[in-house]
Ligand binder design. Sequence first.
Ligand code: URA
Ligand code: SF4
Length: 203
Amino acid sequence: MCEWGELLSEISACTKCVLHRSRRNPVPGEGSRSAQVMFIGEAPGAREDETGRPFIGAAGQLLTQLMESIKLQRDSTYITNVVKCRPPSNRDPSDDEIAACLPYLIKQIMLVKPQLIVTLGRHSSRTIYELAGLKWVSMAKQHGKPIEVSIASIRTTVIATYHPASALYNPNLRKLIEDDFRNAIARVISREKESKRTLLDYL
Ligand code: URA
Ligand code: SF4
């Protein structure tokens, strides 16, 4: 079986934390396996648990709209969560649950090798910052700032932003997330141009 196949069957049979008891379906993630941009949310909600697909409820619809507003096709990205099973009553995932599920996320990052990782919300942002050996302080201080990191030997850029669920009824926050997305994409595009220029210099 290929590495993706192995990973997906491991997640669907996983019992490494208590969340497996109450889940209906694990939600591994979806999208392009060669995506340049990876979005990482917190945990599946009710709709996601019913269908096994990430970000398809109200927050997911807003996420899709926010992507479209910066001309990013949802299908061209890879979307996943820090924990793959729904916490009961949508409570926050515990540190133990996050730690138990983290190897799957690391494997996904190694397989997709995204140029940009957008972390949605503080749980996801803190997890990825700490994985990259950085200190997480707060969303207010750290959102929208692209940082170059190395995660499991993959060099990539991480940008933290607010969770789209928090922006559902808050147009100001929605604008902030959109600006953060724009900022992140601009950074990746300018780096691509930069690397092409450097390449040309050598020709
Ligand atoms: N919120 C998340 O963090 N992830 C989802 O998949 C859906 C809602
Ligand atoms: Fe396994 Fe992650 Fe689901 Fe816990 S949340 S049971 S670690 S797949």
